[in-house]
Write a new protein. Structure first.
Length: 205
């Protein structure tokens, strides 16, 4: 297993992305203390993984400006303003749908508010991912996201799409479809701008 992780880490490093490994929430938060500096601005993407790891509560207690999209009082316009501010954040932290053994990141998004700042804007992007989201290649990543992650996420969000009932994607044209943006990140110009933290647990979808 560690040999495979070493291979994965090497492949991401070849693509100018850093990989860290932690075993539990305590080690994750300790690492975040190191890579997220005080008095900086931090945005976040929608993520079951971050919620499971207690990251949102952790960020609310830090000496940072946290662009908290989960405040109950936020209107649609308020959330859009936060999404736009994410582009100028010092750090953007999020989960991801899949990473590949050959060093790539794959996501499907509904409105692009998560994948857009992953691609451009924030000086640092931190991706927290469980071992269940590691796939051999891009084809497997796409299959995993469309047939496992997306139907579960649509159900979590209370969508009326066919996948919530069938448990699989049929490439629908439903008005509430969340599979709108298919984004593959294969490399970075800025070395270590993207930092991937792999938690030795199964997390999220």
């Amino acid at each position: 297993m560690q040999q495979s992780m070493d291979k994965l880490k090497h492949n991401f490093e070849q693509h100018n992305m850093a990989v860290f490994q932690v075993s539990n929430p305590q080690e994750l938060l300790a690492l975040l203390n190191e890579v997220i500096k005080d008095s900086t601005t931090v945005g976040c993407g929608d993520s079951v993984t971050l919620e499971q790891m207690g990251v949102f509560d952790y960020l609310r207690k830090r000496d940072i400006t946290f662009l908290d999209k989960y405040q109950s009082s936020l209107s649609h316009e308020d959330k859009r303003a936060i999404y736009l501010r994410n582009f100028s954040a010092d750090t953007f932290i999020t989960g991801t749908n899949a990473i590949t053994m050959d060093g790539k990141i794959f996501n499907i998004d509904g409105n692009g508010s998560r994948v857009a700042p992953m691609i451009y804007g924030p000086e640092q992007v931190i991706i927290v991912v469980g071992t269940n989201k590691i796939t051999e290649n891009v084809d497997e990543a796409i299959k995993r996201v469309r047939q496992i992650a997306a139907p579960l996420d649509a159900k979590r969000l209370g969508k009326g799409t066919p996948c919530t009932k069938l448990g699989r994607c049929i490439d629908c044209s439903h008005k509430e479809r969340i599979c709108n943006d298919f984004v593959l990140i294969a490399n970075q110009f800025v070395k270590d701008r993207i930092k991937i933290i792999i938690v030795d647990q199964e997390l999220g979808y």
